[in-house]
Write a protein that binds this ligand. Structure first.
Ligand SMILES: [Zn+2]
Length: 141
């Protein structure tokens, strides 16, 4: 397995089950055929297993329980609500949306209705004299 690309950089996260599914699958596939990476993974798993047991037992301060219970039992603030819109605001939003849809439909329809020769003429005017082109646009709107 000398040509094999090892997965050393992914092994710590793999030992802690922190990889996404694709990466975990890639590592598992590699581990099936690489004893070197399996040994490295075993070392990481051993350390990860000892971490939880490594912290010394400590008694919490006496007042901590009372503080926690007071916070849990305290009335909670009401969750934030979405802003309530008035009927007029909803109607304005609906009209705005309808106008936008109409504008998009007009633009899309205009591009299919305008004959190609007219577009070529317009493009020729725009290429030769941009100020005249924009003057025509102003007149058409
Ligand atoms: Zn390997």
């Amino acid at each position: 397995m000398q040509d094999q690309v090892h997965v050393y950089e992914l092994l710590p996260a793999y030992a802690l089950h922190c990889l996404d599914a694709e990466e975990a699958s890639r590592v598992a596939e590699h581990l099936a055929s690489c004893a070197e990476c399996r040994a490295e993974l075993l070392a990481y798993q051993t350390v990860a297993g000892r971490l939880a047991l490594g912290a010394p037992d400590t008694a919490p301060p006496a007042h901590l329980k009372n503080r926690l219970l007071a916070q849990v039992q305290a009335p909670q603030a009401a969750p934030a609500r979405a802003p309530v819109r008035t009927r007029r605001q909803r109607a304005a939003m609906a009209w705005g949306l309808a106008a936008l849809v109409l504008l998009v439909a007009l633009v899309a329809g205009a591009s299919t209705v305008i004959p190609e020769s007219a577009l070529l003429t317009t493009n020729a005017i725009a290429a030769e004299s941009p100020s005249e082109y924009f003057g025509l646009l102003r007149l058409s709107w």
